[in-house]
Design a protein around this ligand. Sequence first.
Ligand code: FAD
Length: 321
Amino acid sequence: MPKKVVVLGEAREGALRNVSFEAIAAAKKIANGGEVVGVLLGEDVQSLADEMIHHGADRVLIVQHPHLKYYTPDGFGQAFMAVYEQEQPEAVVFGHTALGKDLSPKIASKLGTGLISDVTGIEGESDDTVFIRPIYSGKAFEKVKNKDGLLFLTVRPNNIEPLEPDTSRTGDIVAVSIVIDSLRSIISEVIQKTSEGVDLSEAKVVVAGGRGVKSTEGFQQLQKLANLLGGAVGASRGACDADYCDYSLQIGQTGKVVTPDLYIAVGISGAIQHMAGMSNSKIIVAINKDPEANIFKVADYGIVGDLFEIVPLLVEEIERL
Ligand code: FAD
């Protein structure tokens, strides 16, 4: 049966995040010929609506309000609920991002519905649709079916292929006016740390360093390699704890979960808590001087050797290409 599916688009620094397009692709599949409605919440997000339509949304609802300039669970919760009540969809899709992870359980509990979170694949169609999600820190996958009622899911970035954008697609873009009241907190300003280049959670290539990298200077060399490959730098908790890099780079159970096409683990032992955040990467390359290091168990390619010799060689070779 065709379904109406509402997708929350997520913007960062004035641009839609790729996961929004992946969520639309998931929504298209679930909609089964029904309508996909994009939703944009923010202070000034109108200009992003067309891009949602080009990627497959049939209609986009815009909720603009000064209190939505920055994400707060309260503000975004009230705004999303207003859209939900207006649309009464059969399904809702969010990205499994920091925002999606925070907001989706709040909305699900408000609606008294279940939540299929961190979906990495969708099989079958219509009432036989099955959602695949990793469990036990990525050691196994489970297949989940929505029994009845509202279908609510979050999709893990970098797993569901977005649709090819079609700039000739058109659709209605409609403003929804809301009253946001009694917010528990209002963010007046966000002071950003300067971060180089590509967003770690959506990067196609991640060069991650561990305690073996030994210093901030060592991480600069990894940044060089990441830049050459159009990727982002990540880290183990060991490296963050040692103050070689910022905690925002931490990958793993208590850090970010990444699924790039290529993950290069440099001087990382491969603790289970680290692997929870990267073991579903498509190709894993490990560089470690210890041939018994656990990371080699998940690596597709392993280089046993001193990272301080291997990384500069890699940089040199790639620069020559
Ligand atoms: P180490 O285990 O010290 O490994 C360093 C590696 O570098 C070694 O394998 C060594 O052989 C290699 N090496 C050293 N010198 C060189 C060289 N010159 N050339 C090549 N290789 C070299 N960890 C995470 O990463 N992410 C998490 O989210 C996370 N969450 C946790 C949550 C909990 C509740 C707990 C208890 C722990 C968590 N940890 C997490 C920590 C985790 O258990 C490990 O301690 C951590 O991942 C180790 O980091 P590491 O691999 O960089 O360091």
